[in-house]
Design a protein around this ligand. Structure first.
Ligand code: PHE
Length: 335
């Protein structure tokens, strides 16, 4: 016959090493201890019964300890690359936090929404493209120094990680040609990631976002463009703004302009403090021609705007590198 003490030692040792410690409580040894009750003298039974009950309570506590330890072990060996159930096992689910949208994704939605309400359709830009769309279709002559202004990443096959969303212009105009010929117009924005081989600092990143606008009709004017851009900026910053342009060179627009706004006092600006927000201009006839649209009949305007710069001004963010850093402290400010 096993003594209560023997059973205690054996079961405590099993619980301490088991992955399913609660199963150990179903052991026949405990039942056997109760079975011995009937063979005892009546005056011994009460003390014996109490000792077996005490043993059960002690074993329960050992099981609870072991389970807590196993839970900790699950957390410590969390493999973030593994499927959910590998980490949680058959136990209760791990406590988790709901993720949130990246601030740029959120602001991009605001930007797209403003242009959509103005009647622009929105398409995503590409993250890999060819020389024709990035340069050739945009009136960059072969070996022209203007290409050097866009320090691109290239694959060994000669493909390019686009350095601007203008890489979408030719496709947008081509796709809208039928609309023009039916008496309509093209009004389209393309947005997405662009890449430049830059030395990274507080105002330069190798990876950033742009929003490109293309409008073509039989009578689009520079005045229309200024109206669209003013409406956009006033809507995005929620206030009236002073705007101005100055000459800017881009081979795919003529005239080419830089678009500036006066930094609003509400965002910490001083009078006369102008910020260059984007490049823009009337689409060059060669760009229309390259897309099969007759520049004698149709004209249009285009602009390209860095999204980070918009967002930095709105929220007073001083370092561009925060956006790609993945720092939770920064991201949580935008939840
Ligand atoms: N693609 C230009 C840039 O990234 C901006 C631009 C777009 C200028 C459209 C004019 C017209 O620098």
């Amino acid at each position: 016959m096993q003594s209560i003490e023997d059973v205690r030692n054996s079961l405590v040792a099993q619980i301490a090493t088991s992955d399913t410690p609660r199963e150990v409580l179903k052991s026949g040894e405990i039942k056997a201890l109760y079975g011995q009750l009937s063979s005892l003298a009546p005056e011994e039974r009460s003390a014996y019964g109490k000792a077996v009950n005490d043993l059960k309570v002690a074993l329960e506590a050992a099981v609870a300890d072991r389970e807590a330890m196993l839970d900790d072990a699950v957390v410590q060996t969390l493999d973030v690359t593994a499927p959910w159930d590998v980490n949680t096992g058959p136990r209760e689910l791990l406590p988790t936090e709901q993720g949130t949208q990246h601030p740029l994704t959120k602001e991009l939605e605001v930007v797209v929404d403003i242009f959509t309400r103005m009647g622009f359709e929105a398409v995503e830009s590409r993250q890999i493209d060819d020389d024709f769309h990035m340069f050739g279709s945009l009136n960059f002559p072969e070996n022209h120094p203007a290409r050097d202004g866009y320090d691109t990443f290239r694959t060994e096959e000669g493909l390019i990680a686009p350095a601007h969303t203008s890489t979408m212009q030719n496709r947008i105009i081509k796709a809208g040609k039928a609309k023009l010929e039916a008496g309509g117009h093209i009004a389209s924005i393309s947005y997405g990631r662009v890449f430049r081989n830059e030395d990274v600092d507080a105002t330069h990143e190798h990876t950033f976002y742009q929003v490109e606008g293309v409008f073509v009709s039989d009578k689009a004017t520079l005045g229309d463009m200024l109206g669209v851009l003013r409406s956009f900026f006033e809507s995005y910053y929620g206030q009236a703004l002073q705007i101005k342009t100055q000459p800017g060179y881009f081979p795919f627009v003529e005239p080419g302009l830089e678009f500036l706004i006066e930094k609003p006092a509400a965002l910490g600006g001083k009078p006369g403090e102008w910020l260059e927000m984007m490049g823009c201009g009337m689409i060059h006839p060669n760009v229309l021609k390259e897309a099969g649209v007759d520049p004698e009949k149709y004209q249009g305007f285009a602009w390209g705007c860095g999204v980070e710069r918009l967002v930095m001004l709105k929220y007073g963010i001083e370092d561009l590198r925060h956006f790609e850093s993945g720092k939770l402290g920064f991201l949580r400010k935008f939840v």
